[in-house]
Design a binder for this molecule. Sequence first.
Ligand code: OSB
Ligand code: MG
Length: 368
Amino acid sequence: MRISSVTISLISAPLKIPFLTHLEKVTKREAIVIEVRDSDGRIGYGEAVPFSSPWYTEETIKTCWHILGDFLIPLVLSQPIQHPKELVSLWAGIRRNSMAKSGLSQAIWDLYAKQEEVYLGQLFGGVRKTVAAGVVIAADDVRKALKQIDEFATIGYQRYKIKIQRSTDISVLSEIRRHFPDIPLMADANSSYSLLDMEHLKKLDEFNLQMIEQPLGHDDLMEHAILQKEIKTPICLDESICSFHDAKQALMLGSGKVISIKMSRVGGWAEAVNIHNLCVENEIPVWCGGMIEFGISKAHNIALASLHGFTIPGDLSSSSRYWEQDIVDPEIVVKNGNITVPDGVGIGFEVDEHRLQSMMIHQQLFKV
Ligand code: OSB
Ligand code: MG
């Protein structure tokens, strides 16, 4: 498919408001923007979304830069690629490093869709004209959380996900339910509990949560299966699902009732779509998870969430949720609780190269 060069750019921007979990406080976000060019001047865009430190997955901005520059990009440039489906076998010898793979996979699929002159989502059978928007509340304290819910409610978000932890969960959830008895609410624990907390976790059934995300170990499937038998609230797996194989095992074990699919966590488009298809076959609902990302990654998420198995509102929020200014044009907006799926070619959004330049820390060019 005629790839002539690849550029990787480290960008950085402050978040409008800090994003707090029991694991980390994010105030500034770095990401790696990947541009894949063909000889006709088309550009495919991807965004690798590891954090600056390895608190969510083991990858970091630096490991990702290294894997892209020293392994993945040289492989892609060293031989002709007919179709982006070939990336899976091309990268089979490189273990894990999913976020690096995902970023490059995004850029190559975007370029391919532009060469074929179709919307990216359409290549995977995307059917939705709009995707349901959901927002994450990760505030310093419950007062700020309530204020944020109030503000986001004016935009009509269809789902609110609150970050919880063992020490404050009951008081935070009680306050939220006191003020907002009926909002569609779920909680994300980012592995704040262990099986020793079983009796405590049963108490969370009272809060009418749509689901609880990743209550136990980040790499666990077995204990989640034990927990799911004891609590009514559906468990949704996030960190535990890093591959199609993980998803298959989770279904075999009954580790949860819902899966959050993040293409960055599973290594790119092909793996994400395979997990989606597996879940559809097994009647497991899925939603699209977020990574506090810029507009390129968000645009890929919107295309992914246009597939029919994405029946639950995901972490799909507007550009303005995190950024004063995003790098895509037009910016991503939520209207009446929905985001319109674009119908242009590729990711369907332009990238504002000027704005990208203004956020740039450094850049590296790779040629055939
Ligand atoms: O656990 O889902 C998570 C963001 C960064 C890292 C991990 C998680 C999150 C979110 C999604 O909760 C936030 C978003 O992109 O809106
Ligand atoms: Mg999560």
